[in-house]
Design a protein around this ligand. Structure first.
Ligand code: SF4
Ligand code: SF4
Length: 87
């Protein structure tokens, strides 16, 4: 049976932040490259027993996807919420 990889998910204002601890090696690149300094080290551990990242708050993420793009291990998925059109 295929293995299920579970994400830790945090809902934010513009997107949901998903991280897959089994892929995160704790390199800190996402944290370093985030333009709004949204990410911090979490108490949860990743694949090598090092901390994974988590958002500090719900407001400061602009859903730019940089963290997702720079992660060498594809451990982050930013799920942008659909835009609601005003009629
Ligand atoms: S999507 Fe952009 S603003 Fe949000 S946590 Fe990632 S790098 Fe930071
Ligand atoms: S860039 Fe990827 S592997 Fe490195 S700390 Fe961030 S989520 Fe983990």
């Amino acid at each position: 049976m295929p293995k299920t990889i579970e994400a830790k998910s945090t809902p934010m204002n513009k997107a949901a932040f998903h991280i897959f601890p089994e892929y995160c090696k704790g390199c800190g690149l996402c944290k370093e490259k985030c333009p709004n300094d949204v990410l911090r080290w979490s108490h949860s551990l990743g694949v090598y027993g090092t901390p994974i990242v988590e958002p500090k708050d719900e407001e400061s993420c602009i859903a730019c996807l940089i963290c997702e793009m720079v992660c060498p291990d594809a451990a982050i998925f930013i799920e942008k919420y659909p835009k609601v059109k005003n009629k």
